[in-house]
Design a protein around this ligand. Structure first.
Ligand SMILES: [Zn+2]
Length: 138
């Protein structure tokens, strides 16, 4: 699937634990130790209370489609079109962007339950969403 040319994340001081968790097939969020706000994407301080103290929580990997788009214009050779990109609101609160592995009927709609699955690439596992049949459609 064009893996050679695919761009990958570049972990830094703040994001390395996040990317390492993904290689264990864990989607993690930061949780503020002061106000308990769960946040994503990864950042050094709490946007609500400005605390630098946090720990990591493992997401249950389930959410619902908040918005989505179907990409028809190929912007990178590693990502053949068409594909669907979902902004999912996770059960823990944060909204996460990832590709949707489209069901056979190609359907995606706002409010659709989704869950995370993992694609293992040479150095980095990455999340994709799939329809969550266990929770059915809304
Ligand atoms: Zn906070």
């Amino acid at each position: 699937m064009g893996d050679v040319a695919r761009p990958y994340p570049r972990p830094d001081r703040d994001t390395t634990p996040f990317w390492e968790a993904q290689n264990r097939h864990e989607l993690v969020f930061q949780r503020c130790k002061q106000c308990e706000a769960v946040r994503y994407p990864v950042g050094p301080l709490c946007p609500r209370c400005r605390s630098f103290d946090f720990d990591w929580v493992v997401s249950g990997g389930r959410g619902t489609v908040h918005s989505y788009t179907v990409v028809h214009h190929q912007a990178h050779p590693a990502f053949p079109v068409p594909y669907t990109v979902v902004l999912a609101e996770m059960d823990e609160g944060p909204r996460v962007i990832a590709q949707l592995r489209t069901p056979p009927d190609g359907r995606c709609e706002i409010g659709m339950p989704v869950r995370v699955e993992w694609e293992d690439h040479p150095h980095q596992s990455l999340p994709v969403f799939v329809p969550d049949e266990d929770r059915g459609s809304t």
